[in-house]
Every structure is written in C-alpha cells, then in structure tokens.
Design a protein around this ligand. Structure first.
Ligand code: FRU
Length: 484
C-alpha cells in the first residue's frame, strides 16, 4: 500500500477508536441493523455475493455526521444477518474522486470483484465533474482503482452518477442516473463487452419520456432487474410534487414495471409506484444471490436538511440501512418480504391465538419492549377503527371505513406528530420489525412497507378497537448482532 493510503487508513481507524465509546453508549444505537461505526451513512452500494459471502458497502463520511467526501464502508456476512466490519474499500484520495467515491455497484467476473462508482470532483467555485470509475479486487478486501471508464456524454450535466452494472445476453450493461442539460431526470443505458470500454446506448426512460410529464429534475440510483420474469427499474426521482398520499418525502424512491429491450435501449412501462410508504427510505440496491433470490437493502434515511436534529448526532453517528428484504412480483405488484434468515434472531416467542379485542387500551403480557418482531393477523374485523400504539408516540392505525392505513410518529423535533398513509381495502397482517430507534412495517405480506426512524422511550404496546376484532398476535424478542 502507498504511504498516503496507509496514512488515510490510520486516520479512519483512529476516528473509529476515538469515538467507539461515545457511539456505543447511545441508547438509540440499533441492535440488528447495519450502521456506520462513526459518522454518516447513506446509500447501500456494491451489494454482491462473492466467494460464498455477502458483501455490503455503503456511502460513508467517517469524519462528520454530515454529507461530504464519501468513502465506501464495507461489511461482510455469511447469512445477511451477522455482519463483520471490513476495512473501507474506497477512499476519496484520487484526482477523479477527490470529493467523494459516490454510489455504485459490484459484479463478479473471473473470480474478481469489480466495483463501479462515481468519482465526484468539485473545483473551488463549486463546479462539479463526475467520472464513472472502476476498482478491482481479487480477495474482496483490498481494491485497486483503475480510474475513470466513462465521461459525461454530450447533452447531460455533471449530475450523472450511480452506475449499476449487470450481465445479460453475453453483454455487460450499466444503468446510470442522469440529468439532461434541460434539467430532466433520466435513467440511461451503456453496454460493454470487457468492462473497460463502454458504449452509450440511450435513454431507457425519464422525465418527458414514455408519457412521464415533468417527472423530476434528476434521477438517482437506478437499478434494473428481473423479478419473477418482470423487468423492474428501481429509481429515485428528485423534484416530484406531493399528490394525495403519494410522494410525501423530500425525494422519491420507487419502481416502474414493464418490458425492457436492452439492445434497443427501450423500456415500456407502467406508472411509478413508491417502494416504501414511510418517512425514511431511499436509494435501495438489489443483488441476486446464489439461490436466485432478488434481495434489497435501502438507506433508512432521506436527504433531509434536518439531519442534524436527529438525536444520534450527539453520539457522533447518523443513519442506518434497512433490514434485508426479498422481492417478489405478484399480481402486478412488487412485494417486499423480510428475508427468512432474520428468523435466526428470534428468541422468547409469545403467542396469543384468536383473541377477541373489544376494548380500548388492551395489552398482552410480555408483548412489549423496544427491540422485537411482532406479527398481528386479524381474522375478523367488525370495527371501524383499529390501532396499535408502540412506545410513547408511534401508532399504526387502520380506518376500515375510510380504507386508510396510517403510520404516525413524533417528528425529530420531539414536539409534533406526523403521518404517512396508504390506501388499503382489507387488512390481513401487520408484520413489524422494531429496533431501538427504527420501525419497519410490512403490510399484508409485503404489499406495502413503511420504514421510519423513531426516537422515543416507551416499551408498551397497546391495542385499541372500536368494535370487535379477532386477532392472532405473535411476538419475539430479537438478539443483538451489532458490536457497538
Ligand atoms: C443518493 C446520492 C447519490 C450519490 C450519493 C452521494 O442518496 O445522492 O446519488 O451518489 O448519494 O453520497
């Protein structure tokens, strides 16, 4: 390793070491989610299976709980549940990535791991340049940068980033997030036969394409995949106005389903559907594992200006990834399921079968806590309204008359409540993963998911109904996998 690289490694190690106790003493530190050891985490990157292990990289600023010149942090796992921290994979230490090794992806070829990422470069006046770069590893631990392989093509601004590479029909393909000079967001396609030289194929879809009128000024983090035979483009458009219950977060994360023709770079697709109905979800990334499952992690955050008021900041860290989810295409919807490996975390099962709930304020013995999995399955719902209050300030409610499911939490300012809604005709199941300061709610076996950070104290779980409801309720404690 070069001296400069060794110095940087030392600086990061000493940063982790210096803040280890401050970070570990945070009661909001999560028990089974992937978080930064110190500093800020955002997008999941380079999610891939390599030599029998899962590798997850992430956008990381080790030195501040703010965005900045990003590194690629690195975790490795045998089972998607227990993760070991590895040395960071990429540091912003080259002319082509000096202001950030931005998001990207990994593929495996010839038993080597190839990382594609965006080199972000800014000059003193704040002008931006971006380069799509390659780094290669033959052990999955150390990565050799090969430099830029793609420059921004004509007609696009320097908001050109987040390469996702995949293999199909004996070709390599890359989708990229882009902004045209007219400030329209697009997902563009490249192809390559050798991973080094890339040909621009065209715009797959974008704002003012395929009937999408003014659909955002920039599209970030595209991911093109097949789920149960359906072509799915995941993408994060910026600049979409709220509409009814939709598009309530600052930036959107969702998918288009349809039919791709890679050769012609065309994509006929339906409407944009939000992937997550909660407050904190963005920049998801998928990989297909060795069992053929399409797996997804998201960033449980979004580009809020209000990052600094998250209470974890005083403990020198911020943000987390979601739990791993498996994707399924069924009846015209992309379903998300918690991966079955998460069952390994379960302990102390407690089950109540076919209980009749007719009162407000019902609790069940041992159904409480701040870290748990809870499955609530209504078998009969003769009520207008049903709710579960979790802790002091988080409520999941179902208004059967109006057909609305709602997640309510306390705002990060600790003063007011805020809500996200989803239109739902019939409720079959609520599957909840609660960690100290997060909640992930899977509705009706993954038909809708709500992800949110929540910062409160209480450990009670209280059920309320206006008329009779019959329920099966199962709760598990969940083991801790994180070291600090
Ligand atoms: C999405 C994003 C990406 C970019 C990265 C920088 O959250 O803005 O487009 O590559 O974060 O950290």
């Amino acid at each position: 390793m070069k001296q400069t690289a060794l110095d940087m490694q030392k600086k990061v190690d000493s940063q982790i070491e210096s803040y280890k106790e401050v970070v570990a003493s945070d009661p909001y530190r999560l028990h089974y989610h992937l978080m930064p050891p110190v500093g800020l985490l955002n997008d999941p990157n380079g999610f891939v299976c390599y030599q029998g292990k899962y590798h997850m990289f992430y956008q990381w600023n080790p030195f501040k709980t703010e965005h900045g010149a990003k590194f690629w942090g690195h975790y490795v796992s045998d089972d998607l549940v227990h993760w070991e921290e590895a040395p960071y994979a990429l540091a912003p230490d080259s002319w082509f990535d000096k202001d950030g090794c931005y998001s990207g992806s990994a593929i495996v070829h010839d038993d080597k791991m190839f990382l594609f990422y965006t080199g972000n470069v800014k000059d003193e006046a704040g002008n931006r340049e971006s380069y799509q770069c390659l780094a290669v590893s033959d052990d999955g631990v150390t990565f050799e940068k090969k430099g830029p392989v793609i420059q921004v093509p004509k007609g696009y601004t320097a908001h050109f980033r987040d390469p996702k590479v995949f293999h199909q029909d004996n070709q390599w393909y890359m989708v990229l997030g882009a902004q045209t000079e007219a400030e329209k967001g697009e997902a563009v396609l490249y192809s390559s036969s050798n991973l080094m030289s890339w040909n621009f194929k065209g715009t797959l879809t974008g704002s003012n394409h395929n009937g999408l009128d003014d659909f955002g000024y920039m599209w970030e983090c595209p991911d093109l995949l097949q789920v149960d035979g359906k072509d799915i483009l995941l993408v994060c458009p910026q600049g979409i106005q709220p509409k009814g219950f939709e598009f309530q977060n600052i930036f959107q994360s969702g998918y288009f389903a349809g039919n791709v023709n890679l050769d012609k770079a065309t994509f006929e697709h339906g409407e944009f559907v939000e992937l997550d109905r909660g407050f904190d979800f963005y920049a998801p990334q998928t990989t297909m594992d060795e069992n053929g499952r399409q797996l997804l992690f998201g960033w449980m955050g979004n580009a809020e200006e209000a990052d600094v008021i998250q209470p974890t900041v005083k403990h020198e860290w911020i943000h987390t990834l979601t739990i791993p989810r498996e994707l399924e295409w069924k009846d015209g919807l992309l379903l998300q399921h918690p991966v079955h490996e998460l069952k390994k975390l379960r302990k102390a099962e407690i089950a109540y079968k076919d209980v009749l709930l007719e009162v407000q304020g019902k609790t069940f013995e041992h159904v409480n806590g701040s870290v748990f999995e809870l499955l609530v399955e209504p078998t009969e719902m003769k009520t207008e309204y049903f709710s579960i209050q979790i802790g002091n300030s988080t409520t999941i409610s179902f208004d059967q008359t109006k057909e609305i499911l709602t997640l309510e939490r306390e705002k990060f300012n600790g003063k007011e409540l805020e809500q996200r809604h989803y239109s739902l005709a019939k409720l079959h199941s609520l599957h909840i993963f609660k960690d100290t300061s997060s909640i992930e709610l899977f509705v009706n076996d993954g038909e809708a998911v709500f992800s949110a950070r929540i910062f409160d104290q209480g450990e009670d779980i209280v059920f309320n109904a206006v008329g009779p409801v019959r329920l099966d309720v199962t709760k598990w404690g969940l083991k801790r996998t994180t070291a600090y």
